[in-house]
Ligand binder design. Sequence first.
Ligand SMILES: [Zn+2]
Ligand SMILES: [Zn+2]
Length: 79
Amino acid sequence: MEFPWVCSECELEMVVPKPVCEHARCGHIGLKSTFETDSGQECPHCSQTEGETPVTTVGVLFQCDGCGEVFDVPPESCA
Ligand SMILES: [Zn+2]
Ligand SMILES: [Zn+2]
């Protein structure tokens, strides 16, 4: 699956939409991937697991898989 956005940092076409989650208990918001651990979902801020308080998807950010840069809106496409 290809996306049209080019990263403004490394100029690779590896910018993809990523779900953003909020931890209901502490209000921490971050990329869903930062909540995922080997043993399941866990808040990176307060270290509670999903079983104790829900982690909900609240939106989407755009992240470059090449360099890891995160964008609120996708960079302008040059295509
Ligand atoms: Zn938390
Ligand atoms: Zn990049």
